[in-house]
Design a protein around this ligand. Structure first.
Ligand code: 5GP
Ligand code: ZN
Length: 114
């Protein structure tokens, strides 16, 4: 989608600190980090959110979650723990309508969210 910030990052039109990439997903540091680790794992394909996801998209999400777990091990904070967040729609606080999973870690996180 031409007006989507995350599609522009995928296309290289907006710079981002990319920490992982393959043919179907990308991971980059969040511009407004909420912890020492805050990485966005996104689909390369434009999927607005969970509500719009197809059967195929849900399979891709499984691979994205697997990569998140792998990344946390690689970076050495898997045992300390982390949080994976997917915001959906206005009540969920979704600001960017391109499927993404926040990986937040590197500090103890509070629960419940506000
Ligand atoms: P949402 O509220 O949609 O779940 O999260 C959107 C996230 O994208 C926010 O954490 C925000 O800081 C991040 N974000 C928005 N624009 C950009 C950008 O241009 N670059 C990067 N790296 N992150 C962005
Ligand atoms: Zn997009």
């Amino acid at each position: 989608m031409s007006d989507c910030i995350f599609c522009k990052i995928v296309a290289g039109e907006i710079p981002a600190k990319v920490v992982y990439e393959d043919d179907e997903m990308m991971a980059f540091e969040d511009i407004n980090p909420q912890g020492p680790v805050h990485v966005q794992f996104i689909s390369k394909r434009h999927i607005p959110n969970l509500n719009e996801a197809t059967e195929e998209d849900f399979e891709l999400m499984g691979r994205i979650l697997k990569q998140i777990a792998r990344y946390s091990r690689q970076e050495g904070f898997s045992e300390a723990g982390y949080r994976v967040v997917n915001n959906v729609g206005p009540d969920g606080g979704q600001e960017v309508y391109h499927l993404h999973f926040h990986l937040i870690g590197g500090r103890p996180l509070q629960w419940p969210p506000g």
